[in-house]
Design a protein around this ligand. Structure first.
Ligand code: SF4
Length: 210
C-alpha cells in the first residue's frame, strides 16, 4: 500500500515530507496488515477445490494478495475456504477445524454447494449451506466459480476487513463469550445441531402431547 492510501484522508502533510511521513490510525494499520496476509487453510472438499488450487498457480497467483501461504494447520490459518459440497459426515470435521483456528478468522463459502447445497441440496447426506453452522463472511456464486471469481470474492473480504475496528472486533472484546464458537454437531442417523436442542425438545413434547 502506498503511503498516500495509508494516510488518513485529507490529512495535510507538507509536500516535502510526503515521502517519509505517514499519519494513520491503528485501525487502518492493523487492517492493512491483516488484509494483506490472509493465510488460507489447506483444505478442499470437492470440485470447487480444483479451482481454488488453480487460483494459487502462476497464472492467477494469489501471492499478489498475500494469500499464497496455505497453512497445513488451522492454528496458523486466517481463513477457511469452504470449497465444495459439505456432507453431513464431513461437517463435524469442518467445525473442529474452524474452532481450532485462532481469531481473527474468516469464512468464505466458495461455490453453489458451500453457499446453499448446490445441485445436491435435496440430497439426504448434504448440508444445504455451510452458513447453517459457520458465520460466512463472503459468498462466491458459481458451479464452480472460476479462479477470477474466487479472487473477486477474496478482494471483497479484504474490503470487509478494511472496515473493521479495534473497538468493535469480537476478538478484542475482553470477558465476552466467543459468539462464534460452534459446538460440535452430533452425527447420528441425521446431523443434530446442539444449539437447537431446546427447539427439538419442544417439538418432540408437542408431538407426544398430540
Ligand atoms: S458448486 Fe459445483 S463445482 Fe463446486 S463443489 Fe458443488 S458441484 Fe462441484
Amino acid at each position: 500500500m502506498e503511503n498516500e492510501s495509508l494516510n488518513l484522508p485529507n490529512y495535510n502533510i507538507p509536500e516535502d515530507m510526503r515521502d517519509v511521513v505517514a499519519v494513520t490510525t491503528l485501525d487502518r494499520l492493523y487492517n492493512w496488515g491483516r488484509r494483506s496476509s490472509l493465510w488460507p487453510l489447506t483444505f478442499g472438499l470437492a470440485c470447487c477445490a480444483i479451482e481454488m488450487i488453480a487460483a494459487q498457480m502462476a497464472r492467477y497467483d494469489m501471492a499478489r494478495f498475500g494469500m499464497e501461504v496455505m497453512r497445513p494447520t488451522p492454528r496458523q490459518a486466517d481463513m477457511i475456504l469452504i470449497s465444495g459440497t459439505v456432507t453431513k459426515k464431513m461437517l463435524p470435521a469442518i467445525i473442529r477445524l474452524y474452532n481450532q483456528m485462532p481469531e481473527p478468522k474468516y469464512v468464505v463459502a466458495m461455490g453453489a454447494c458451500a453457499s446453499g447445497g448446490g445441485p445436491f441440496k435435496e440430497g439426504y447426506n448434504v448440508v444445504a449451506g455451510i452458513d447453517k453452522f459457520l458465520p460466512v463472511d463472503v459468498y462466491i456464486p458459481g458451479c464452480p466459480p472460476t479462479p477470477q471469481a474466487l479472487i473477486a470474492g477474496l478482494i471483497k473480504l479484504q474490503e470487509k476487513i478494511d472496515k473493521q475496528s479495534l473497538k468493535k472486533a469480537r476478538w478484542y472484546q475482553k470477558g465476552k463469550e466467543d459468539p462464534n464458537y460452534v459446538p460440535m454437531p452430533i452425527l447420528g442417523p441425521d446431523l443434530i445441531d446442539v444449539r437447537r436442542s431446546e427447539e427439538f425438545k419442544k417439538a418432540a413434547a408437542v408431538k407426544e402431547g398430540a
